[in-house]
Design a protein around this ligand. Structure first.
Ligand SMILES: Cc1ncc(COP(=O)(O)O)c(C=O)c1O
Length: 375
């Protein structure tokens, strides 16, 4: 029996701790130099022109939505995400339109195109690079150019992912991209998030909205500040950014470990009833490793599998319950969309532990317990 193995967790070393301690001993715990340093490093890592860091990924989505959307506008989005993606559309009184997913768990961009052809009032697409698997950039480019829509890439799962030579967060075919630095993600700042963009105008608006919509310029009186928009306090701290800067240096190694774990799972499940959602093809940075099992062919249910694995100290997780089927969304009239692939996904899929410090023997233990219970 091993210690509990969760589906994901952070990797923190002495260098990270030292970097945070240094900031704690400095003059600035917040609104200091580490914030810009983190933003510049992240923008450079992603090949984006600008980056605004914020208190969490949900705040990033909210600020982006304030910039991209208007009241009552329709926005295509996926049911297969954490609640925050669609919620951010509701925050600004716009209207999510849920589209089915494709076999890899990402929103089906062909179905998005059909919907855009059918309904010219759709103004935007909020698409998630699910599990770390980047959205098809050729299709995104086609949709953006043909239908003149705003595109947000929710890359909370996909830091470090690449589609050909296009990096997640580079916004090559989108207006903005967002990230989350929650501890289960590729790198962490405790809580934290960021928005990248190549538009100076969007960048300036995002900065304004992050800090109460307030400006202070050199020609003002010493005590003066001016509120120009209704903004928020979505600031991240220097303490968090110093952790982020230290983590960013190790991100490449973290991703290599995740990819190695994914390849090991691919190998173990080859030609078995446990089917990887997709096998390694160099595009995913593997925030999640998702497998699919047809439980109708087995005597055990998915619920019992979760319970039995939990008794063996292994944490499985389900990413995600379809957002449109949540009670709140149903109360708004959602949940009736035709999403057969998402429905099947929800019945069959679950996520296995994957994080940089997962050891070879822990992974072998997970694989053997899973195979034993599903036999
Ligand atoms: C796809 C996706 N988008 C947005 C978020 C929100 O990020 P945060 O938890 O940092 O607010 C998450 C968090 O899990 C996520 O998985």
């Amino acid at each position: 029996m091993t210690n509990f193995i969760p589906y994901g967790k952070q990797t923190i070393d002495q260098e990270d701790i030292d970097s945070v301690v240094q900031t704690l001993q400095s003059d600035f715990l917040t609104t200091g130099p580490k914030i810009q340093e983190f933003e510049q490093s992240l923008a450079k890592y992603c090949d984006a022109s600008y980056c605004v860091s914020v208190s969490n990924g949900t705040a990033a989505l909210h600020l982006a939505s304030l910039c991209l959307l208007e009241k009552n506008q329709k926005v295509l989005t996926t049911p297969n995400s954490f609640l925050a993606t669609a919620n951010s559309i509701l925050y600004v009184n716009a209207k999510p339109v849920f589209i089915d997913i494709a076999k890899d768990g990402n929103i089906d961009l062909d179905l998005c195109e059909q919907e855009l052809q059918r309904d010219s009032s759709i103004k935007a697409l909020y698409a998630v690079s699910f599990s770390g698997n980047m959205l098809n950039q050729e299709k995104l480019q086609h949709l953006k150019e043909t239908y003149n829509i705003k595109i947000l890439e929710d890359n909370a799962h996909a830091l470090g992912a690449k589609f050909d030579n296009i990096k997640a967060g580079s916004c090559a075919n989108s207006d903005v991209s967002i990230f989350s630095f929650h501890p289960v993600k590729h790198m962490t700042t405790g809580e934290g998030g960021a928005i990248t963009t190549n538009s100076k105008e969007l960048y300036q608006k995002l900065l304004l909205l992050r800090g109460h919509g307030m400006i202070k310029t050199p020609n003002m009186k010493p005590w003066e500040y001016e509120m120009q928009e209704l903004g928020f306090n979505y600031r991240i701290t220097d303490i968090q950014c110093s952790l982020g800067l230290s983590q960013l240096k190790k991100l490449g190694g973290f991703i290599d470990k995740r990819v190695a774990i994914a390849k090991e799972y691919d190998k173990a499940f080859h030609n078995s009833i446990i089917k990887p959602l997709y096998t390694f093809d160099g595009k995913s940075s593997y925030h999640l490793y998702v497998v699919q099992v047809d439980f109708t062919k087995l005597t055990i249910s998915k619920e019992n599998l979760f319970i039995k694995m939990r008794k063996e100290n292994i944490g499985l997780q389900l990413h995600y319950i379809p957002i449109n089927k949540q009670p709140y969304y149903k109360s708004l009239g959602y949940g009736v969309e035709e999403t057969p692939i998402m429905d099947k996904y929800y019945e069959e899929c679950f996520s296995l532990p994957i994080y940089p410090t997962l050891t070879h023997s822990e992974q072998a233990y997970i694989i053997s317990k899973l195979q034993e219970i599903l036999k």
